[in-house]
Design a protein around this ligand. Structure first.
Ligand SMILES: [Zn+2]
Length: 910
């Protein structure tokens, strides 16, 4: 009775804002007004921003309501959009918005540049796009996001869970999990649980799966102006609408353990008329709250942060979860495992520029630290590239699920930023060298790992300087190969910096010649160069041409006595998202010819089939590591049937339906055919239900665990092991169907060749390695390290060059411990002139990395994105109670150590 009086005396106007203080046993419902704003999908990012009812209008509209009424809340997610809006505002408006953040009416969820995909983005790219958004929030609001928001990505990875913890989130929300898994969880009240992404107890995170799997308003309560079926709340239906909403939440409560509930209020690009949305909803909420005796619930607008805080106070014991959430199926026959491979060329491009970005940040930072920049350093280029790559991680970008013209827009963004960045690198290289006005161009890799740009200068008998920026640390003495496309019938010599002749081998197939030039890594300095010149005869060079020998190869040929290589294809009615093959795969193309090259450095088997060319190369008599380059030609669609081309590596390894795939390039996840660890699955799609995302490697091993084969890829792809000893990866998809998930376009990428439209063609690379995981646990990571840190190569046509050396203040930071260092070092400029964000990633599966902090530099350890001190987060974080049995496994390392597979981040003041 007292409560009722209190409620009445507060009155409707202010009531919504005061419910926090009301002590009751009633069900408390938090509604989260939010707008899901894709940074491109069926329209480009800027179209979405500027459209009528677009993001610009959405943000302005909800801000106006929040300023007017303190009981209103809103959650903003994508900083890509928010930063554009912010830069258009007046100082008065900016001050008002800062106030909304301060009084927690406006919350930033996740706070990344976009809501990144979790299946096809690489871990470095995820870190970068989150860092970019967090840096913006830190600069403008001194705000640290504490809740992750991944409500739309099509499945969820353990690395995203791990990073959510490492970024200082107390919880994260998502929506899409397999429909079978969901219904079991609903029945068992297990839509909230604690994920343990690795064995380190310190990394667990509370996970909330949104009710009924998406992020919309309760059914019947979508009042947005853009919803053509929206209902109005009127005097005559107010009672029935109120009863309906109360029923809905009572039903929802059956699926969650807490006495409080969370529900989203919004959808894609909604809230452009926030006054009307809030107005309609207010009437229903007020009716519930003014009749608490009847409804036994209180509904309030709030933010996920407030909900998580309230949930934490309930001391619930949660179920625990170790398995990730791939592949996602929204209907029994619809596995979203096609997008693991969709737009393979784009995926390859984003990955390549992502790797480039890591190294160029380091080069730029070192130039800056060495005072070599002066007026030349312009951070805008780094920022533009960070933004373009950040946008590309979006769950409709890197996934390959945007419309073609939107995808073209992503490519344009990256390409423009990349070209501008390269101009700057050229300027910086000039300032470091004796020649001032030479253009250093980047090698055009034509989608492959072969430098194509030296062909013309060499034919013109010009001297070519190859400048190599190598950001590896402590790998002195290891050998790696540069691959350079060179003219046939010319003698070429290569010289190192001291004018020593270098040996090398040229292999030609179909009149296309590639020079394999070994280089010995020397990490004592960042920049190296090599000189290439044409010479009169073989006597003047140590580079020799290896002659091919014709051999016969078919599907049963064991290459190098080790493995068979099959290219097959599925016929399918798949779309950009869904993989739905029509039965078993068929052999792809007919065998045309094959050659064998036996050099003393390089051994290679070349296989040509209709539709496929493949080069299998091994270096320096290595019998266990094979580098495979595949050219996938235009896929024939004259029969109007979609086709998906796959690669199968067939080995003698008895893996008994178990295989491992990486999580965004990090830890390997155990997979078993037709099996999930945490729930019983019904096998309706025996192929696509067993496809998993592969971003770094897929591996099989025998039951003793002493024989393994892994295949590393150079971009995200779907993969599986359906048959014993067989590793399968999907290379390319050309499809004739749309899968009704909203994009309404067939995934039929085309390009023009000789004025004719053909299906998209491309080169891609894989590394196949055989090893003993027990005795050589790090070999896979070693190959990944070398692939990620392939040096940046620039070329210029000039006779001589000399580079000033750059002092490396971090030279001894990562202690040299063995011949193969697997520790990555990252550095980028931070908030103030002399601050840098520094990360170290120990890529070893086993083995601690020791650090030696350089004297004179101030290190402050932070969370993953550099936005708060690590100790601050560790002191204030929520520790959730759950059923995980390995509770004692919090791993601790010394101050000067980086544990295996761990990443540490610091702000360093120089
Ligand atoms: Zn989305």
């Amino acid at each position: 009775m007292i409560l009722l009086l209190t409620l009445i005396s507060i009155g409707c106007g202010n009531f919504l804002g005061k419910v926090n203080n009301v002590e009751t046993d009633y069900l408390r419902v938090f509604l989260f007004p939010h707008s899901h704003d894709d940074v491109g999908w069926v329209r480009t990012m800027m179209e979405y921003y500027k459209d009528q009812h677009g993001v610009k209008q959405i943000i302005s509209s909800y801000m106006e309501q929040l300023i007017k009424d303190k009981s209103k809340h809103f959650s903003q997610v994508e900083i890509a959009f928010f930063s554009i809006w912010w830069n258009e505002q007046s100082d008065t408006m900016k001050e008002q918005v800062k106030q909304l953040v301060k009084n927690e009416q406006l919350e930033f969820l996740s706070g990344g540049w976009c809501m990144n995909d979790e299946a096809t983005s690489y871990y470095e790219d995820i870190i970068d796009q989150m860092t970019l958004g967090h840096k913006f929030l830190l600069q403008h609001f001194n705000y640290i996001p504490s809740v992750g928001w991944q409500v739309d990505p099509f499945g969820h990875s353990n690395t995203q869970a791990l990073f959510s913890n490492m970024m200082g989130f107390n919880a994260w929300f998502f929506g899409r999990i397999d429909q079978e898994d969901r219904s079991i969880r609903e029945r068992k009240k297990e839509l909230e649980f604690v994920i343990h992404p690795d064995t380190d107890q310190g990394h667990s995170i509370l996970t909330h799966v949104n009710y009924y799997g998406y992020y919309s308003s309760p059914r019947g309560f979508d009042f947005d102006v853009t919803n053509p079926n929206r209902q109005q709340v009127t005097d005559s239906n107010l009672q029935s609408k109120t009863d309906e909403l109360a029923r809905y939440f009572n039903q929802q409560q059956n699926s969650y353990k807490g006495k409080i509930l969370a529900h989203t209020l919004g959808m894609d690009f909604q809230w452009s008329d926030a006054a009307s949305y809030f107005g309609q909803m207010d009437r229903v909420i007020n009716k519930v709250n003014n009749n608490t005796e009847k409804y036994k619930m209180i509904i309030q607008y709030g933010t996920p942060k407030q909900y998580i805080q309230a949930l934490y106070e309930q001391n619930i014991t949660y179920p625990s979860q170790q398995e990730d959430f791939f592949p996602y199926a929204d209907y029994p026959n619809q596995y979203w495992s096609g997008y693991f491979t969709s737009r393979s060329a784009f995926k390859g491009y984003v990955r390549r520029i992502g790797r480039y970005f890591q190294q160029v940040k380091l080069f730029y930072s070192f130039m800056k630290i060495n005072n070599q920049c002066k007026s030349l350093c312009d951070e805008t280029n780094l920022k533009n590239l960070a933004e373009a790559l950040g946008t590309a991680q979006h769950h409709d970008a890197i996934t390959g699920t945007a419309k073609q013209y939107v995808n073209n827009d992503y490519i344009k963004m990256i390409k423009t930023a990349y070209q501008e960045m390269n101009k700057q690198v050229s300027t910086l290289l000039n300032s470091l060298s004796n020649t001032q006005s030479i253009t250093h161009s980047t090698c055009n890799f034509n989608g492959s790992n072969v430098c194509h740009s030296l062909f013309d200068p060499l034919i013109k008998n010009q001297t070519v300087i190859l400048t190599v920026i190598d950001a590896k640390v402590n790998n002195d003495g290891i050998k790696e190969y540069l691959k350079i496309f060179v003219p046939d019938n010319l003698f070429i010599k290569a010289l190192d910096e001291k004018d020593n002749l270098l040996n090398g081998e040229i292999l030609c197939t179909n009149e296309q010649c590639i020079l394999y030039l070994p280089r010995i890594v020397d990490n004592s300095k960042l920049i190296h160069f090599y000189k290439l010149q044409t010479v009169a005869s073989q006597d003047d060079t140590d580079i020799i041409k290896i002659q091919p020998e014709t051999i016969t190869v078919d599907k049963d040929t064991k290459l190098f006595g080790k493995f068979k290589l099959n290219y097959n294809y599925y016929v399918s009615s798949s779309g950009a998202y869904i993989f739905r093959p029509d039965g078993q795969p068929h052999p792809y193309g007919n065998y045309i010819k094959a050659y064998n090259f036996t050099g003393s450095l390089v051994k290679q088997i070349y296989i040509e089939k209709s539709g496929i060319k493949a080069w299998v190369t091994t270096y320096d008599e290595d019998e266990n590591i094979f580098y495979l380059d595949t050219f996938v030609d235009s896929i024939n669609m004259s029969d109007y049937r979609g086709k998906e081309v796959i690669l199968q590596v067939i080995t003698d390894i008895n893996n008994n339906k178990v295989f491992y795939t990486d999580s965004n390039g990090l830890s390997l996840q155990r997979r078993q055919v037709n099996h999930r660890d945490s729930w019983q699955m019904t096998v309706l799609e025996p192929v696509s239900g067993n496809y998993f995302p592969v971003n770094g490697a897929i591996m099989i091993k025998n039951e003793n665990g002493n024989q393994a084969c892994a295949v590393l890829n150079d971009r995200a792809q779907g993969g599986t092991s359906l048959n014993n000893g067989v590793i399968e990866l999907m290379l390319q998809r050309r499809l004739n169907n749309d899968d009704n998930k909203g994009v309404y376009e067939r995934l039929d990428e085309q390009e023009e060749v000789d004025k004719k439209k053909v299906g998209m063609r491309q080169m891609m690379s894989h590394t196949i390695v055989f090893y003993n995981p027990k005795s050589d646990s790090n070999i896979l990571r070693q190959l990944q390290y070398q692939q990620d840190l392939k040096p940046l190569i620039y070329f210029s046509t000039q006779d001589q060059v000399e580079y000033k050396s750059l002092e490396n203040k971090f030279e001894k930071f990562i202690e040299k411990q063995s011949d193969y260092n697997l520790c990555k070092f990252y550095i980028e400029p931070w908030l103030t002139e002399n601050q840098y964000l520094v990360r170290v990633h120990n890529l070893r599966e086993e083995g601690i990395q020791k650090l030696k902090f350089p004297a004179g530099l101030k290190f402050t350890e932070t969370t993953l994105t550099g936005n708060q001190e690590l100790k601050n987060w560790e002191q204030n974080r929520f520790i959730w109670t759950d059923t995980y049995t390995n509770q004692s496994s919090k791993q601790t390392y010394q101050e000067d150590q980086v544990g295996p597979m761990k990443i540490r981040t610091w702000i360093v003041t120089i």
